[in-house]
Design a binder for this molecule. Structure first.
Ligand SMILES: NC(=O)c1ccc[n+]([C@@H]2O[C@H](COP(=O)([O-])OP(=O)(O)OC[C@H]3O[C@@H](n4cnc5c(N)ncnc54)[C@H](OP(=O)(O)O)[C@@H]3O)[C@@H](O)[C@H]2O)c1
Length: 295
């Protein structure tokens, strides 16, 4: 069926140039399929109506990509909100992740099955190994490859993998990871250039998590100055920075106004000079767990 046969029922905004496309556009993934460049992070989005409302508000704005994990405890709420939206399932992109306690053949199979059941959306668009837990991650990757072949998931990837974790994975993987999801923002992008460049050279899509530094650097003077000059907010500058870098970016908010603010990042850009000023802010910051020296 064509897109025009399915006008999007959840997109009331006439300013959106093409309501059949995800806000911000998409990037092609190495084993097929497209991933929307702008997603909504759902860590600590709240149980029950917290997550459901956030997903509904984001869908209304044209956001079609949602990032959850079994560890976040809100897969059921995400699935309910997507089903209730009336948007065709294939138009929404849902990521979930294998938690650290679930590595190894049997546990990984069970964990994936449970995530599929909780989401109740038929399939998972992208399933990631959440952290490079030593020991059983090779076995777990085999389970993800099988799940891809069986069609339970439409893409597989990793998260918090640094260059040495990726090199190890490439030694035994039959299927390349489509995505590596890591913490990225101006305060660590230079430090992490090695891993992002490694991904770029191999066609692995880079996803930026904690793009707003968990709100820890929103008051940075340089970010503030660029925001004032542009008539934008610091959060918008940080999100736009990730899009300019070619990453998929996953800002989290469960506040309706801030979700709207964070979505208003697609019809303008930062100059090269502004990007350089932001690059200069690198301080090797990790607001989440830092996997750099993890075995
Ligand atoms: N793979 C992993 O290991 C991993 C690790 C961390 C995160 N993630 C993913 O990445 C997503 C985003 O990362 P994150 O949740 O760590 O942090 P983040 O997106 O960098 O920051 C979220 C924080 O910023 C606040 N915020 C959002 N928009 C704002 C705005 N416009 N102005 C001021 N404050 C704003 C949010 O509060 P309100 O909600 O109140 O607006 C929240 O406190 C997660 O939700 C998750 O999906 C993955």
């Amino acid at each position: 069926m064509t897109d025009t046969a399915h006008p999007d029922p959840a997109h009331p905004d006439p300013a959106h140039p093409d309501p059949t496309l995800p806000l911000g556009g998409t990037i092609s993934m190495p084993h097929g399929g497209d991933i929307p460049r702008l997603g909504l992070g759902l860590f600590r989005a709240g149980s029950g109506s917290g997550t459901e409302n956030a997903v509904r508000w984001a869908l209304d704005l044209g956001i079609r990509h949602f990032d959850t994990a079994s560890m976040y405890g809100n897969e059921e709420e995400l699935g309910r909100a997507v089903r209730a939206s009336g948007i065709p399932r294939e138009r929404v992109f849902v990521t979930s992740k294998l938690w650290n306690d679930d590595h190894g053949r049997g546990p990984a199979h069970r964990a994936l099955e449970e995530s599929l059941q909780r989401l109740d959306l038929g399939w998972i668009d992208l399933y990631l190994i959440h952290f490079p837990v030593p020991g059983l991650r090779r076995e777990s990757w085999g389970v993800l490859e099988e799940a891809l072949e069986e069609g339970l998931v439409r893409a597989i990837g990793v998260s918090n993998y640094m260059e040495h974790h990726l090199r190890e994975l490439l030694d035994y993987a039959s299927i390349l990871p489509a995505v590596n999801q890591i913490e990225l923002h101006p305060f660590n992008a230079r430090t992490r250039h090695g891993v992002t460049d490694f991904c770029r050279r191999r066609g692995v899509v880079v996803q930026a998590y904690s793009p707003l530094t968990k709100a820890q650097r929103l008051d940075d003077p340089v970010v503030g100055e660029i925001a004032r000059e542009r008539g934008r907010t610091p959060a918008q500058i940080l999100i736009r920075y990730g899009l300019e870098k070619g990453w998929v970016t996953l800002p989290k908010s469960s506040n309706r106004e801030r979700i709207r603010e964070n979505a208003d990042v697609v019809d303008w850009s930062l100059s090269e000079e502004e990007m350089e000023r932001l690059d200069e802010l690198d301080e090797g910051l990790a607001v989440t767990w830092d996997p750099t020296h993890a075995p």
